[in-house]
Design a protein around this ligand. Structure first.
Ligand SMILES: CC(=O)N[C@H]1[C@@H](OP(=O)(O)OP(=O)(O)OC[C@H]2O[C@@H](n3ccc(=O)[nH]c3=O)[C@H](O)[C@@H]2O)O[C@H](CO)[C@@H](O)[C@@H]1O
Ligand SMILES: C=C(OP(=O)(O)O)C(=O)O
Length: 428
């Protein structure tokens, strides 16, 4: 991967037809990999996507003394028999904020953790105060020193203590961190205002397979009875609902008929409802989701307004991709981003391609029926890069998307998957 020179060259105008297999979810795989820190026995994870974030997480775990192996078939073997350096250094945390997910498991397993404080990033300031406050409620002593969060157990204490924790807002990785801390704590923990994302359910199911006692995952109140030790397990990563959603928007915009193998309609409720209201045909099958669309150029599809909210609401991680779609179908729409304060960075790049969008604070107003025309654009974050790829697929002429390190963080070979259904796209 090259940070400066690689680009995706897309020649727009092709409809998409065929089948694409959806990979395991980045946002599930990252906490699941960290959960391997909770046991001295081997853990096997299947369906782990081949992504830069996964490589970074494996590097971090290896740094801490975990033995890891990522097989070509997507299986990852992990063994955290002994933990040498319970530390997540800044270089790794900076390139992947999800490194913060080492904090909870390290505190649970060895009662000590040093994790670099993640800085702000393109989409917002993204503090981790709720992760720290939750651990403090469980008895951890924490200091922030030289840019690191250092967490320890009080003198004489052997384990974290169960606690009732109500986070100030719904936080996905915060819930995951505290859940992983709670499974080995002494006594009962209640996580109120917990995140309900499918990735939380996947993590809870893996922890239960390791011997944890958890109830209520998938609701806003998770109840955990701490156990003294966890054992190894074998688990398969849930399908990536955001990758699936990205392909849904691509097919809706270009037109065509594609089966997204392995995608789960029940995890995409809010997005599928908007697509159906737009005029896209969606079929939920045992094997995945079939999407059929006449394409934006038909003039038959109608833009949809939406607000991003926590699951089961419309996901912020789908906001940029759906914005591209709203730019090219007919009608005006309003998009409100409520989760992150700076997640409209793609707007100026979409405007370079001919989109008509006005963004002010957390609201963007999109005027539809734009005929995009290919241009050189730059990714500003992971989902911004995906929205530019979709724009390139419908734009007239050639689009070049740069700064691909954002895309490679979270998409498993997106250009090969798009090419296999007829897109004219290559990495140059
Ligand atoms: C690896 C992973 O799973 N990433 C996802 C996770 O990120 P992540 O878990 O970082 O996002 P959160 O759910 O924690 O963030 C939600 C909001 O709460 C704020 N907040 C969060 C924690 C905290 O201690 N203090 C605080 O103020 C954040 O700044 C944000 O405004 O959920 C986001 C929201 O669905 C998704 O966009 C990310 O793709
Ligand atoms: C924002 C995202 O990820 P992360 O939390 O890893 O930055 C995302 O997946 O869109």
């Amino acid at each position: 991967m090259s940070r400066t020179t690689e680009q995706l060259l897309i020649r727009g105008g092709q409809t998409l037809r065929g089948e694409v297999t959806i990979s395991g979810a980045k946002n599930a795989a990252l906490p699941l990999l960290c959960a391997a820190l909770l046991t001295d026995e081997p853990v096997v994870l299947h369906n782990v996507p081949r992504l830069q974030d996964v490589r970074t997480m494996l590097q971090l775990l290896e740094f801490m003394g975990v033995r890891t192996r990522h097989d070509a078939d997507g299986t990852v073997h992990l063994h955290a028999q002994t933990l040498g350096e319970p530390e997540a250094p800044y270089d790794l945390v900076r390139s992947m904020r999800a490194s913060i997910l080492a904090l909870g498991p390290l505190m649970a397993r060895i009662g000590y953790a040093k994790v670099a404080l993640p800085g702000g990033c393109a989409i917002g300031s993204r503090p981790v105060d709720q992760h720290i406050r939750g651990l403090q409620a469980m008895g951890a002593e924490t200091v922030v020193e030289h840019g690191n969060i250092i967490a320890t157990l009080p003198r004489g204490a052997k384990r974290l203590q169960g606690a009732r924790i109500t986070t100030d807002m719904v936080t996905v990785t915060g819930t995951e961190n505290l859940l992983m801390a709670a499974v080995l704590a002494e006594g009962e923990t209640i996580l109120a205002n917990a995140a309900q994302e499918p990735e939380i359910i996947d993590l809870a199911e893996m922890l239960i397979a390791m011997g944890a006692r958890i109830e209520g995952h998938g609701t806003g109140r998770i109840r955990v009875q701490g156990v003294e030790r966890l054992h190894g397990c074998e688990h398969s990563v849930v399908a990536d609902r955001i990758e699936a959603g990205t392909f849904l928007c691509a097919v809706a915009a270009t037109g065509g008929n594609v089966l997204l193998k392995g995608a789960r309609a029940k995890h995409l409720g809010a997005v599928l409802e908007k697509l159906r209201d737009m005029g896209v045909s969606i079929e939920s099958l045992d094997s995945g989701i079939r999407v059929q669309s006449p394409g934006a150029a038909s003039g038959e599809l109608v833009a949809q307004s939406f607000r991003t909210t926590e699951y089961p609401g419309f996901p912020t991680d789908m906001q940029a991709q759906f914005m591209t779609l709203n730019c090219v179908v007919k009608g005006a729409s309003t998009i409100t981003e409520t989760i992150f304060e700076n997640r409209f960075m793609h707007v100026s790049e979409l405007i370079r391609l001919g989109a008509r969008i006005q963004a002010d604070g957390k609201v963007a107003v999109v005027e539809g029926s734009a005929q995009l025309s290919g241009a050189q654009v730059s990714s500003t974050d992971l989902r911004a890069s995906a929205c530019l790829v979709i724009a390139g697929l419908v734009a007239q002429g050639e689009t070049r998307v740069g700064e691909l390190h954002h895309l490679d963080r979270g998409y498993d070979n997106i250009e090969a998957k798009l090419r296999s259904v007829g897109a004219d796209i290559q990495r140059v």
